[in-house]
Design a binder for this molecule. Sequence first.
Ligand code: DGP
Length: 116
Amino acid sequence: MAEETIFRKIINQEISTELLYQDQFVTAFRDISPKAPTHILIIPNKLIATANDIEIEDEALIGKLYTVAKQLAKQEGIAESGYRLIMNCNQDGGQEVFHIHLHLLGGKPLGRMICS
Ligand code: DGP
């Protein structure tokens, strides 16, 4: 059984974080440590710890993360200039918070996909 993370408190508004989007399935807010002028996290309200834990029944929910990301990119004015959507998984992927989240990054040229 996966353990709840700080993101549950954000979803429940138990800690003060400005929500950019929320409905019964998905929540979005700015990353606390932005790596680009726009750095938003889009998360399912349901706890799914890692990409490895996504089940067939979650397919629509995962799709919703992307439609919300697209909407937020437009709102941020970066839809046309472009952006990157990333989901990190486990240690080698650099995952720190074990509640899946899509990083929406943009607002500047992001360069190569992976820096070695
Ligand atoms: P990842 O490495 O993919 O697990 O990214 C986790 C991100 O979550 C990281 O960029 C920082 C962000 N983060 C962690 N704790 C908080 C928090 O309490 N508030 C906000 N807004 N972002 C957080």
